[in-house]
Write a protein that binds this ligand. Structure first.
Ligand SMILES: *[C@@H]1O[C@H](CO)[C@@H](O)[C@H](O)[C@H]1NC(C)=O
Length: 371
């Protein structure tokens, strides 16, 4: 961990410095977008004039992410969206100088398309009937840094594809960790079971239900898992990225069972204490800065708290970065479900301290049955 951050720190400074060169949206050879392209080792040389245009960025983007478009019209439309996203990444960079923002696999999608296809939280804050509030834990002996990846409780980064099923990945991630703590075995669990079989609704709002690629909620998914008897293995019920199939749940193949689940208060020390004691936590977040996130610690000056994405909180660090304005600040380590090529090998770092992007507002912990 420690060795990773001096680099981030350095790149943050470069970005801060270069931000002021891109006023008005023109691209400068030192800007973060270009550096990101260069950093990915495709042989381009920073400062080369041909890097100065969006055209060139778009070609690299298309080849890097194997994009092809059905018609010239579609291509031209995607190019205009891409240019708008370059400008947006530059704006995000100014608002969030301790992270690096740039071109990602989502750079040809409008914010609405991105929300519809890659997020998927049915935003509601009521609790299913079996949820309770997590008991208050002592917080005096918490480690300064903690990462469940170092303790074997986290599976490899997965990819939800073009399906608003983030909630199912957040749910399996939390139960994978809890199951590891309860049984000593790390088993990858089936999101597809949740996508195809879980239609759990809010007890007070029958129109708000877990609904495959159209979104859902982790607490409802824990409720479903409790009632259904558990989740199958990933291999036994593999992910397809669509919700058009029928439910293939086989109760005899359950490998992880929910004992109980609870909602953690907004207090960040309680969140940390629950994380350390109970394993990775299911959390919701506003993902607007994640569309352009490339690395570093995200700490935007302004970020909506409207929750639209489900992810997994796996750890925290005490002092991840030290850009000029913010000094040393603690941050959360978040596992995402957009593959390993997104962000920091599939992970997102977001600063702690003021419920940034709503990250502290909907946190749940689950316990697995041990046997
Ligand atoms: C949840 O279940 C675990 C494992 O069975 C148990 O140790 C724990 O006390 C339960 N928690 C609550 C809040 O009931």
């Amino acid at each position: 961990m420690a060795s990773r951050f001096p680099l981030l720190f350095l790149s943050s400074l470069l970005v801060v410095a270069s931000c002021w060169c891109v006023e008005g949206g023109t691209l400068d050879s030192n800007d973060p977008l270009i550096r990101q392209v260069v950093d990915h080792g495709d042989g381009a040389i920073a400062g080369d004039n041909e890097l100065l245009n969006a055209d060139h960025h778009f070609s690299i983007f298309k080849s890097k992410f194997s994009k092809s478009y059905a018609s010239q019209e579609e291509h031209d439309h995607r190019f205009s969206v891409f240019k708008a996203n370059l400008r947006r990444a530059i704006r995000h960079q100014k608002l969030d100088p301790s992270a690096v923002h740039g071109v990602t696999q989502f750079s040809d999608l409008t914010p609405r398309e991105f929300r519809n296809r890659f997020l998927g939280i049915n935003r509601r804050l009521r609790l299913p009937s079996d949820a309770r509030e997590a008991p208050v834990l002592p917080t005096n002996d918490l480690p300064k840094d903690f990462d469940w990846r170092d303790h074997g409780a986290v599976t490899a980064v997965k990819n939800q594809g073009s399906c608003g099923s983030c909630w199912s990945f957040s749910t399996t991630g939390a139960l994978e960790g809890a199951n590891y703590l309860a049984t000593g075995k790390l088993v990858s669990l089936s999101e597809q079971q949740l996508v195809e079989c879980d239609h759990e609704c809010d007890p007070e709002d029958k129109n708000s239900c877990d609904s495959g690629c159209n979104g859902g909620l982790m607490n409802s998914a824990f409720e479903y898992t409790l009632k259904a008897g558990g989740l199958m293995r990933e291999e036994d019920y593999p992910y397809t990225g669509t919700d058009r199939g029928t439910c293939k749940f086989d109760k005899s193949k359950v490998v992880a069972k929910v004992a109980n689940f609870s909602v953690v208060s907004l207090d960040e020390d309680q969140i940390a204490a629950n994380l350390v004691k109970n394993g990775p936590l299911a959390v919701a977040i506003n993902a607007v800065f994640m569309q352009t996130y490339v690395g570093g610690v995200s700490c935007p000056y302004i970020c909506s708290k409207r929750l639209d994405h489900g992810v997994l909180l796996v750890g925290y660090g005490e002092a991840g970065y030290a850009p000029i304005r913010l000094k040393e600040k603690p941050y959360w380590i978040i596992k995402n479900s957009w593959g390993e090529n997104w962000g920091e090998n599939g992970y997102y770092n977001i600063c702690r301290g003021r419920n940034i992007c709503g990250v502290d507002s909907m946190v749940s912990t689950v316990a697995a049955v041990s046997s």
